[in-house]
Design a protein around this ligand. Structure first.
Ligand SMILES: [Cu+2]
Length: 106
């Protein structure tokens, strides 16, 4: 038999088990004129970072520790990934290693 107390307990269990999830965001990094823009970006874990190449030549967005790599992005191509680790991570373009950027995830 359902008592008021049982119902309240059930409601608390249902509400109490809902994880508190910060809404994830999309961030955009443009690759233009052989530069990442912005060069440095703060994200939260779970956020998505979208790279878009606006140059005529192909570029990549590649983590220096090689944990992720866009592969060649042709003009107007997009590639996205979701930040899963906290910390600071530099990335570069394998074709033009002077092109550098940094993600800071918390
Ligand atoms: Cu490049």
């Amino acid at each position: 038999m359902l008592t008021r107390r049982t119902l309240v307990s059930a409601a608390l269990i249902i509400l109490g088990t809902q994880p508190v999830i910060a809404k994830s965001k999309n961030h955009h990094i443009l690759i233009q004129d052989f530069q990442f823009s912005p060069k440095s970006l703060n994200v939260r874990r779970g956020d998505t970072v979208v790279f878009t190449n606006k140059d005529v030549v192909p570029h990549t967005a590649t983590a220096v520790d090689l944990s992720w790599d866009s592969g060649d992005l042709k003009m107007n191509a997009q590639w996205s990934f979701t930040a899963v680790r906290s910390g600071e991570l530099e990335f570069f373009c394998v074709h033009h290693p002077v092109m550098r950027g940094r993600l800071i995830a918390d």
